[in-house]
Design a binder for this molecule. Structure first.
Ligand code: HEC
Length: 145
């Protein structure tokens, strides 16, 4: 329903165009702006997968902080987000993932930046493999046991 209405909005100026004075650009700008806005809305809507989108599987998880979480955070996050880290490379203070309590506290933010198909963290070129991001998603969704 909402989608059809949006499409109708985009289409309207095209239909109206022939009635305008030839050479006039008056109809052009609003349509362009509308398309840019729609693109922005679409991008915003599919920007991130949240922890609510990916619930813990009914059978739970076998992953634990010791078997998975600590290793993942140490390998991919702690160089900038470690509490004793001197050069945080701009990582905001307070966002430390040095203990399981820290990770649980920031669970949903960690998910939104690094788990499943979220790839905005780590920012560098050394991304964890996709399968690791999937495991991170499951572990976080199950409460980071
Ligand atoms: C190379 C350094 C670096 C590494 C490695 C890194 N980060 Fe970050 N992190 C940053 C910087 C810089 C910011 C602030 C800018 C921003 O939010 O994009 C940040 C901000 C954050 C924030 C706070 C903002 C928010 O969205 O809530 C979270 C959470 C986060 N990072 C998670 C992670 C996770 C999880 C990892 C590991 C998978 C990680 N980061 C690895 C540099 C890093």
């Amino acid at each position: 329903m909402g989608r059809t209405r949006l499409l109708a909005l985009v289409a309207r100026p095209v239909e109206a165009a022939p009635s305008r004075v030839v050479g006039s650009t008056r109809g052009g700008w609003p349509r362009g702006a509308l398309i840019v806005c729609l693109a922005a809305i679409a991008l915003g809507a599919c920007k991130e997968t949240t922890i609510e989108d990916r619930p813990c599987p009914p059978e739970g998880t076998t992953l634990t902080y010791e078997s998975f979480g600590k290793g993942f955070m140490d390998a991919h996050c702690q160089s900038c987000h470690g509490a004793p880290t001197k050069d945080r490379k701009g990582a905001p203070s307070g966002y430390d993932f040095a203990t399981v309590e820290d990770v649980r506290r920031w669970r949903s933010r960690i998910f939104s930046r690094a788990a499943a198909d979220n790839t905005t963290m780590p920012p560098g070129p050394d991304d964890p493999p996709e399968a690791e991001r999937e495991r991170l998603a499951e572990w976080l969704a199950c409460g980071a046991p």
